[in-house]
Design a protein around this ligand. Structure first.
Ligand SMILES: NC(=O)C1=CN([C@@H]2O[C@H](COP(=O)(O)OP(=O)(O)OC[C@H]3O[C@@H](n4cnc5c(N)ncnc54)[C@H](OP(=O)(O)O)[C@@H]3O)[C@@H](O)[C@H]2O)C=CC1
Ligand SMILES: O=C(O)[C@@H]1CCC=N1
Length: 247
């Protein structure tokens, strides 16, 4: 496996992780059977210039948020282009990865096997990738925000710092596990089972409702989805400028 990066710092880190590493994208791609593009979207035009002409016939998987297959195909001439959207839980082998494959994909098995090393792979049409990006790709950040809020809340009501973080993280994990093991239980049913009339839980739920908690989550995910569309337009314009609108 060969990884590429620009900075010496990153190349050293990659080598320390046991990978062959080079700053030459072209060299890495020339000898590759499978290519992953995982630069930030706005760095893609530079990578496209490096490798656009030498990927014909190769499977190329982009994990870049927003950038659609139509745009990738335009500059990665003759490549079999896939889009994948993993998430950072890849670090514990639990990525939830969406995979869009082109029609009659010849390298589907290889691509799926590679992505499956990092967690669960879901085949999805490309039209769902932006929504998936907002929910599952950005999701660890949203969950981390909620967890952080819970930790602060725990401290605010006097729980010791030494246990607040652990309790908050275990709470999220155990509640999610129960709902995963009982797919017929609606989250609202679980909520109602916890609520004692005139008890503590309804006091908390009332505050969340009055502050528009659910509405904020819904709007946040919508905004992330819309941002993916904006990224697509920005990258299209960058490619037009840097590659002279090549077809
Ligand atoms: N972070 C996340 O949770 C997720 C990110 N993604 C997508 O993954 C992509 C990468 O994100 P992320 O990992 O956070 O970003 P990082 O900045 O951490 O990593 C990007 C890497 O690309 C390298 N790079 C930049 N330009 C070039 C170039 N011209 N040639 C070779 N290597 C280059 C950088 O090397 P150097 O450091 O030397 O500049 C760096 O190692 C994005 O497109 C994002 O949308 C998808 C799902 C989840
Ligand atoms: O924030 C981003 O744009 C990337 C895509 C999903 C997670 N991180």
């Amino acid at each position: 496996m060969v990884a590429t990066a620009r900075s010496q710092e990153r190349l050293v880190l990659l080598r320390e992780a046991g990978l062959e590493a080079t700053s030459c994208n072209r060299c890495a791609v020339e000898s590759a059977d499978l290519v992953f593009i995982s630069v930030k979207p706005y760095h893609f035009p530079i990578v496209a210039r490096d490798i656009g002409g030498i990927v014909a016939g190769k499977p190329v998987v982009s994990v870049m948020a927003g950038v659609p297959v139509s745009l990738l195909q335009k500059v990665l001439k003759g490549a079999e282009v896939y889009r994948a959207m993993p998430n950072l839980n890849i670090r514990v082998g639990r990525s939830l990865t969406a995979l869009y494959s082109p029609p009659n994909a010849r390298h589907y098995g290889l691509v799926r096997r590679a992505l499956s090393c990092f967690g669960t792979v879901y085949d999805v049409p490309e039209e769902f990738i932006d929504a998936w990006t907002a929910v599952a790709g950005s999701g660890p950040a949203l969950v981390a925000e909620f967890l952080d809020a819970l930790v602060l809340a725990a401290l605010a009501v006097g729980l010791p710092r030494s246990i607040a973080r652990r309790v908050a993280a275990e709470l999220l994990e155990s509640t999610a596990r129960y709902l995963l093991e009982n797919p017929d239980v609606h989250p609202g049913v679980l909520r109602d089972e916890v609520i004692t009339p005139a008890g503590t839980t309804i006091a908390a739920i009332r505050t969340l409702e009055s502050r528009g908690f659910k509405s904020a989550v819904i709007d946040a995910v919508r905004d992330a989805t819309l941002r993916a569309g904006e990224i697509a337009r920005e990258i299209a314009s960058m490619l037009d400028n840097s590659l002279g609108g090549s077809d």
